[in-house]
Write a protein that binds this ligand. Structure first.
Ligand SMILES: NC(=O)c1ccc[n+]([C@@H]2O[C@H](COP(=O)([O-])OP(=O)(O)OC[C@H]3O[C@@H](n4cnc5c(N)ncnc54)[C@H](O)[C@@H]3O)[C@@H](O)[C@H]2O)c1
Length: 240
């Protein structure tokens, strides 16, 4: 991708799933990659994104950056009536508040340095309703609203975009779905399968690159056609 080599890229949740594949992709593009994660490891700056003071400390260590992939997230499958305060606070605290603390710390440095690009990992759950993920869905819808608001505030210096993946085969998905559930989901996706983490990584690389210089405030869906239709689409069109 044009203009990526040599850039300093910070990725939250970069030790697993989509984040890990994205870290590998940016390394392949010749970037300097820093991963923010709760567990230590090579190239990792330790940080629980839901704790604002830990985020501040992590960015003191990191210093300047060109690209932020704001991707860490958690989900819990639970009927809405059973969500307690601990679950609600953990999901919103990580996916929405945590993503905001990280974006805020990154943007302060990008605005001071005169440029940067931020990409949030939202979800198709931000766009249509899904049962049993009320807190998660609200957190991801919040990220879509943040994307648009921050894009306005930080233009023209920092570009802010969001990616809405549909179903992606990662540890998060495998932890909550049995093989039978995964097969049922695949049947309902027009392209007949989950996305791979590497397919998402390619979109992140593009959005962070100079080739995407005119993208800001955009919410980009990558879901194999999952949300393209609705009940009225039916098997053969309206009324069919
Ligand atoms: N897998 C899917 O189908 C799917 C679909 C749409 C969106 N997403 C989103 O993609 C992102 C990545 O998910 P994934 O599927 O790769 O899952 P994953 O569980 O493999 O990765 C999530 C990462 O976030 C990290 N993380 C969680 N809480 C954290 C915290 N408080 N501080 C720091 N790091 C934390 C985890 O340690 C892990 O590395 C998430 O935001 C998820 O909501 C996933």
């Amino acid at each position: 991708m044009k203009g990526l080599a040599g850039k300093r890229v910070v990725i939250t949740g970069g030790t697993s799933g989509i984040g890990e594949a994205t870290a590998r992709r940016f390394l392949d593009e010749g970037c300097d990659v820093v991963v923010l994660a709760r567990t230590p490891g090579p190239g990792v700056v330790q940080c629980d994104v839901s704790d604002r003071s830990q985020v501040e400390a992590a960015f003191e260590t990191i210093g300047s950056l060109d690209v932020l992939i704001d991707n860490a997230g958690v989900s819990v499958r639970n009927p809405a009536v059973d969500i307690d305060a601990a679950q609600w606070n953990r999901v919103i605290g990580t996916n929405l508040s945590g993503a905001f603390w990280v974006a805020q710390a990154a943007a302060a440095r990008m605005l001071a340095a005169g440029g940067g690009s931020i990409v949030f990992t939202a979800s198709t759950n931000a766009l249509v309703g899904y049962r049993y993920y009320a807190d998660y869905n609200a957190s991801k819808a919040g990220l879509v609203a943040l994307t648009r608001s921050l894009a306005l505030e930080w233009a023209p210096t920092v570009r802010v975009n969001a990616v809405c993946p549909g179903y992606v085969l990662t540890p998060m998905q495998e932890a909550e779905y049995t093989p039978e559930m995964l097969a049922q989901v695949n049947e309902r996706i027009p392209l007949g399968r989950h996305a791979t983490p590497e397919e998402l990584a390619g979109l992140f690389a593009y959005l962070a690159s100079d080739e995407a210089a005119y993208f800001t405030g955009s919410v980009i869906v990558m879901d194999g056609g999952e949300t393209a239709g609705s009940l009225v689409s039916g098997p053969g069109g309206p009324g069919a």
